[in-house]
Structure formats: structure tokens, C-alpha cells
Design a protein around this ligand. Structure first.
Ligand SMILES: C[S@@+](CC[C@H](N)C(=O)[O-])C[C@H]1O[C@@H](n2cnc3c(N)ncnc32)[C@H](O)[C@@H]1O
Length: 341
């Protein structure tokens, strides 16, 4: 990354504020530094403290200079129409996740008011952003959603997020009854029976699991992510009892497919890191035995913006030399979606 000229620091000080030069190395441009400083000031103004205002702005700018993500400093991140609380120790919701969840919701036929609520399970829920967004898009009264995470901090934050979104009126109060968050390790043998679903009863299984390799984490992940976001959320921890024959970064998908085999949900969406990982996950679905055959003909790969068309050109991917799968949208490979007949 090129070094910034001293004149830019001088301009930041003269044109924006004495705090702006602190933000420049991480923001890189005057516009971006001005925006971040405005958000930091708004945040400081909206929170009460005995510490003087200017000192709090300065402290926030220093945290940012050290690379702390802005969402951890401001304490929130927009996710669709929702405001999601963010805390160090829990992964910050990403725009790409929001985009594939919007697309998923656009494919779900709206149940009639008399129909039973759609049963939805989100494994590896983090802040709870996926259950909360799906509830807001598909309506709390028409959904029954469970979010699961191994991390006590994530579960505590997801519950706070449920209360927070209701208190902001982003979700109706009935969401407090139709969404619940449970702490569990999805690799634990007692986990699935504890949920109490009968086979084929689940409408949607969704998961954005840890999916980055150790090498990718050390070489390609941004410094601020490596330093401040939880590794547990990003790199799969190899479970002592795991017996899967796959790349270490794909281990959650192998296990999630065991869960699909048992629960046989109507629709499944997994977030993935790129097209190569998407191809490996598709191969696991189409070659899978024992009920996975029910999904094998209905598999799609989604890019970051799966709803953005390519003007009539359908993009295809060949998996294992003989299975053709449609790749939808624009951007990086981001999701694998499949459904049963
Ligand atoms: C990539 S983050 C996704 C968070 C959230 N769904 C989102 O999209 O922002 C993965 C999450 O998986 C959780 N996790 C890691 N191992 C787990 C396990 N064995 N069982 C359940 N959750 C796990 C982490 O705590 C983390 O919150």
C-alpha cells in the first residue's frame, strides 16, 4: 500500500478537523476520514459519559488508527432495515450475507395467514443477524426461527439484538415469541435431538459457518479482521470426533450436510468463501448418499448479488466433470442453495 503524502495530513487537519489526521492511515482518503469522524462524533454525542467529549472522540480515533473495525467502536452495523449491535468477540455482519438472505427471502412463497409458521433454523448465528432479518422480511407471525451458536458471547448478543430491534420498532413485539437463540456446539451428538424437529418438518436451514483456511486467515484476511474479529467465527476448529474426508476449511459443510440428511429441510442455503469452495460444497451435495439425492438436481451457486441478472446469459459451472450447476448473479462466489422436490 503506497504511503500517504504529508500534505494530505495537513489538508485533513485544515479542512476537516485536528482529529482527522489520526484516521487518515486507516481511511486513506479525506472523504472517508470525514465520514468516519462524523459517525464517531454522532456516536459520542448520543452516549453519555463522565469522560469529556473531546477526549472520547480522541480515544475512538486512536482505536480506529490501531485498526479496530468501526462497527466495534460505534457498537452497531446496519443489516437491511435493522440496526444490529456489534461487540468485540462476535463477528460483524457482512453486506454479502445481507444480500444472499434478501435473495433467499424473495424465493419463499408467502404462507397464507392460516398456514402454520415457517420453521427456520440458522446454525452459527453470531449476532443473530440472519434470524432477525428473515423474521423482518417474512414477518414474525409467519415464522418460527431458532438461531444456534457455540459462543456464549454470541448468544448473549443475539438475544440483546432481538430486544434491541423490537425496541427500535424494526421488528414487531411478536418476534420475541417467534425467535429464540440457543447455545450449542453443532458437532455435539446431543445437539440435533435437542432441537426436537421431526424429519421433513423444517422449511429452511441456513448457515454462515466458519469457512476460511488457516493459510487464508494468515495470508489474505485483512489485518483488522485478524486482530479484532474472533478466529472461532472464521477458521473451522477441527472437532476431535470429526471423521470427514474433506479440506479442513470445508468441515462445517460436511457436518451441515449430515444435519440436512437427518432433518431433510425443504430449502438449504450455506454461505461460502468463493467459487472454488462453492464447487466443493456442490460436489458434496450431488455425490451425497442417503436423502441427499433428493436435492441433487436442484442446486444453485450464488454470487454476492444473486438477484442481479446477467442480461439473459445463464452462467454454468461443471462439478466433477459431469454435473452442470447454474451460477447466479454478480460478484464473488458466496452461497450454495439447494432444495428438495
Ligand atoms: C462466520 S460466523 C457467522 C455469524 C453470523 N451468522 C453472520 O452471518 O454474521 C460463524 C459463527 O459460527 C460460530 N461457531 C463456530 N463453531 C461453532 C460450532 N461448533 N457450533 C456452533 N456455532 C459455531 C461462531 O461462534 C460464529 O459466531
Amino acid at each position: 500500500m503506497p504511503r500517504l503524502p504529508p500534505s494530505l495530513f495537513w489538508k485533513a487537519r485544515q479542512q476537516i478537523s485536528p482529529f482527522a489526521p489520526i484516521l487518515l492511515p486507516v481511511c486513506r482518503t479525506l472523504d472517508s476520514a470525514a465520514n468516519e469522524l462524523r459517525w464517531i462524533k454522532q456516536h459520542v454525542n448520543s452516549t453519555s459519559s463522565l469522560v469529556p467529549r473531546k477526549l472520547r472522540i480522541w480515544q475512538a480515533c486512536l482505536k480506529r488508527e490501531r485498526g479496530m473495525p468501526l462497527q466495534y467502536i460505534l457498537g452497531t452495523q446496519p443489516f437491511g432495515p435493522l440496526e444490529i449491535l456489534c461487540r468485540p468477540g462476535v463477528l460483524i455482519p457482512r453486506l454479502e450475507t445481507e444480500s444472499i438472505i434478501y435473495h433467499l427471502s424473495s424465493l419463499i412463497p408467502r404462507p397464507s395467514p392460516q398456514a402454520p409458521p415457517l420453521k427456520i433454523l440458522d446454525l452459527c448465528t453470531g449476532t443473530g443477524c440472519i434470524p432477525l432479518l428473515l423474521s423482518s422480511l417474512l414477518f414474525p407471525a409467519r415464522t418460527q426461527i431458532t438461531g444456534v451458536d457455540i459462543s456464549p458471547s454470541a448468544i448473549s448478543l443475539s438475544r440483546q439484538n432481538l430486544t434491541h430491534t423490537i425496541s427500535l420498532r424494526h421488528l414487531s413485539p411478536s418476534a420475541s415469541k417467534s425467535i429464540n437463540f440457543t447455545q450449542a456446539d453443532i458437532f455435539d451428538l446431543k445437539f440435533l435431538p435437542s432441537l426436537g424437529y421431526k424429519p421433513s418438518e423444517l422449511d429452511i436451514l441456513v448457515s454462515n459457518p466458519p469457512y476460511i483456511s488457516h493459510h487464508g486467515f494468515n495470508t489474505t484476511t485483512e489485518r483488522s479482521v485478524r486482530l479484532y474479529e474472533p478466529r472461532l467465527a472464521l477458521v473451522p476448529q477441527i472437532h476431535p470426533t470429526s471423521h470427514y474426508n474433506c479440506e479442513p476449511e470445508d468441515i462445517f459443510y460436511a457436518h451441515l450436510l449430515e444435519i440436512v440428511r437427518t432433518l431433510q429441510p425443504k430449502r438449504v442455503l450455506f454461505e461460502v468463501g468463493d467459487l472454488d469452495q462453492a464447487a466443493r460444497v456442490v460436489a458434496m451435495v450431488v455425490r451425497g448418499k442417503g436423502f441427499l439425492e433428493r436435492y441433487a438436481r436442484n442446486v444453485e451457486v450464488w454470487r454476492d448479488e444473486p438477484g442481479v441478472g446477467l442480461e439473459g446469459k445463464a452462467e454454468k459451472m461443471w462439478v466433477g466433470g459431469n454435473v452442470e450447476v447454474e451460477v447466479k448473479g454478480q460478484g464473488r462466489g458466496r452461497g450454495v442453495y439447494f432444495w428438495r422436490e
